[in-house]
Design a protein around this ligand. Structure first.
Ligand SMILES: Nc1ncnc2c1ncn2[C@@H]1O[C@H](COP(=O)(O)OP(=O)(O)OP(=O)(O)O)[C@@H](O)[C@H]1O
Ligand code: NI
Length: 328
């Protein structure tokens, strides 16, 4: 078996944001990777640092944010250290991103076709007209009906689902090798959600790109991802192949997340929501971040951050339950 090529390697990445209330450790020592052609999920509750992890890779982080440690190697370069000018060459061309709310990214004053074509004007030197025509083609690829008409429209003239399709068109027109999608369906109707997820899957296959899917929804992970990282309060708790995460979850947090989604099955009972909320990342718990909500917490969990324990080729867990030397 040939080893797939590594596309992105993030090691011990820390993004700290200074606020008037203190420093938010939004991403706090996160290690993960994405291989060529792979679809990787980052899943966790609200406030876990998923978006900040994604935005860090695009360097769309808040002004008050600082990378205090770590690296994010992409095609031989550390994304965390590039200048804004170098990043601009990468965005849209090598790495692109789809957001939860397309309106935060689409310019309301520019025609859809011109916005989508912009990356070709900027990076490939195409004329406005040629770029517009290519945009129409890509709008067709993402199955927008009457793409010529839509390309000439403005964002507010489109429905939410169509806007998200347009954003996906914009994300793929530059043929990036990595597409990051941050909760791309959360703001959409349920039926439209399924269509957008299917579209992303299709786009990934067709263009052979890698997908980093940020979501709180394990259903989407099951549907789209090859592997997944479970995050909590700015740290990774577990990483696993998509079957492993459902069949043999190891971390108590992963188990809790899984039980929180089984409620809508036949019986309707057994609602296992996770008690409590994600702690403030200004003054997060010592030791394992999850110990304050963990049913299996031991004294060591309160004091020391658990190391990574490998349990299979593709599964690792950061939990003292799996560490031999836990009585240190
Ligand atoms: N601009 C900002 N300034 C300061 N803190 C921020 C800022 N944006 C986010 N945070 C904080 O960073 C932490 C991580 O937030 P993030 O948005 O990455 O979480 P998330 O996992 O994406 O959650 P959600 O599922 O709600 O999108 C949170 O504690 C949040 O309050
Ligand atoms: Ni988010």
């Amino acid at each position: 078996m040939t080893r797939p090529e590594r596309l992105l390697t993030v090691e011990e990445m820390c993004l700290h944001i200074d606020t008037y209330r203190g420093t938010v450790r939004a991403v706090d020592g996160v290690t993960f990777h994405v291989d060529q052609g792979e679809s990787v999920g980052i899943v966790g509750e609200s406030g876990s640092g998923k978006s900040m992890t994604a935005l860090s890779l695009m360097r769309f982080t808040p002004l008050a944010g600082r990378f205090t440690a770590g690296s994010a190697m992409f095609q031989g370069r550390d994304l965390l250290k590039l200048s804004e000018r170098e990043m601009r060459k990468i965005r849209g061309k090598d790495i692109s991103m789809v957001f939860q709310d397309p309106m935060t990214f689409l310019n309301p004053l520019i025609r859809i076709g011109d916005q989508i074509g912009e990356v070709l004007v900027e990076h490939e030197g195409l004329s406005r007209r040629a770029a517009f025509n290519r945009a129409v083609e890509v709008l067709r690829q993402v199955r927008i009906p009457s793409p010529e008409d839509v390309a000439a429209q403005y964002p507010h003239q489109l429905s939410g689902g169509m806007r998200q399709r347009a954003l996906i068109a914009m994300a793929i027109i530059g043929a990036p090798s990595l597409l990051i999608a941050d909760e791309p369906t959360t703001a959409l109707d349920v039926t439209v959600q399924a269509q957008i997820i299917e579209l992303l899957r299709g786009v990934k296959e067709k263009h052979g790109l890698s997908l980093l899917m940020i979501t709180h929804d394990l259903g989407i992970v099951a549907h789209v991802c090859d592997r997944v990282y479970v995050v909590y309060a700015g740290r990774i708790m577990e990483e696993a192949g998509v079957f492993e995460v459902f069949e043999t979850p190891r971390h108590p947090y992963t188990t809790a997340l899984l039980s929180s989604i089984t409620y809508d099955e036949e019986s309707g009972d057994g609602i296992g929501y996770i008690e409590g909320t994600v702690p403030s990342l200004i003054d997060p718990p010592e030791g394992c971040r999850f110990h304050t909500r963990c049913p299996a917490a031991m004294p060591v969990c309160r004091r020391l951050q658990p190391p990574r324990t490998r349990v299979s080729e593709t599964q690792s867990v950061y939990c003292w339950l799996y560490e031999e030397a836990q009585d240190e």
